[in-house]
Write a protein that binds this ligand. Structure first.
Ligand code: PMP
Length: 283
């Protein structure tokens, strides 16, 4: 149950951070969530690349080499060969000597990582289909950065939850961009559509993998903006993320999506996704 903090492995109860940490005061930091199946880190290089681009976008340097990250995170998940874990990684700009908006010229980053068990039962229940609602995206214009400033995402998710829904699908200027904590796909006439990467959505690692797998399955795929109307007319709607995998949306704004059941293409791609995971597990 050890966590990693600034170069050391230590018990969670002993992992302390200053109240002057800029992560605490300003949400001045970024994060990653990396699944580990049977102790094997999933798409680690892609997650490390995204971590480093998030850091660069907030004017921070990489805190460790990819090799050091690989060693650290492998050590963190090594006791968990019998379960699936999500590894949380957070890097903030560290603590200054007082509270000051101005970026410090010198800083010592706070680097933290811990594991949490992924409950297989929650994935089973997601496979039956989830409900979603559409909401206007109230977040800022730099959603491509995996920032720890998640208040917008949290409040949107809560609005969905208040209405008995698992996720909120976000609308910006009449287009559906992503979920509050997931990327968006729709199926229309056997074609898979996902919005192109932009500053209005997070470049999801699962999104990229789902596209890869769908192409391998011979499914026609396009990256194209999805209008609100296209969303309501979709045959299938999926929301993807590292820990929730591919969620089939069966109700949108209380209306059935397609026939109200997880769709055929969802079945096909989600089977392929499970096989991909198992290959890693058995490596
Ligand atoms: N968009 C947002 C806003 C998210 O928070 C997440 C998951 N953290 C995603 C998309 C999905 O990204 P990934 O597939 O890399 O987990």
């Amino acid at each position: 149950t050890d966590v990693f903090l600034n170069g050391q492995f230590l018990p969670l109860a002993e992992a302390n951070v200053s109240v002057l940490d800029r992560g605490f005061l300003f949400a001045d930091g970024v994060y990653e969530v990396i699944p580990a199946y049977g102790g094997k880190l999933f798409r680690l290089q892609q997650h490390l690349d995204r971590l480093n681009s998030s850091l660069a976008a907030i004017r921070m340097k990489p805190v460790m080499s990819d090799q050091q990250w690989t060693k650290t995170l492998s050590q963190l998940v090594s006791p968990h060969t019998q379960s699936d874990q999500s590894v949380y990684v957070q890097v903030t700009r560290g603590a200054g000597t007082n509270r000051d908006h101005q970026l410090p010229t010198e800083y010592s980053a706070t680097t933290f990582a811990m594991c949490q068990t992924i409950d297989p039962k929650s994935l089973d229940s997601i496979a039956n289909g989830i409900n979603a609602i559409t909401l206007d995206d109230i977040r800022w214009d730099w959603c491509h950065i995996k920032s720890v400033a998640l208040l917008g995402n949290i409040l949107l998710k809560q609005q969905a939850s208040d209405q008995g829904c698992t996720e909120a699908i976000l609308l910006r200027d009449g287009f559906a961009t992503e979920g509050s904590a997931s990327n968006l796909f729709i199926v229309k006439d056997q074609q898979l559509i996902t919005p192109p990467k932009s500053h209005h959505l997070l470049p999801g690692i699962t999104r990229d993998l789902v596209l890869e797998l769908a192409i391998k399955e011979g499914i026609s795929c396009i990256e194209q903006e999805i209008s609100e109307q296209q969303l309501f007319d979709a045959d299938e709607i999926w929301l993807t993320s590292s820990t929730k995998e591919i969620m089939p949306v069966v109700k949108l704004n209380r209306q059935a999506v397609g026939n109200g059941q997880p769709g055929n293409l969802w079945q096909q791609v989600s089977t392929s996704y499970s096989q991909f995971k198992n290959q890693l597990r058995n490596q």
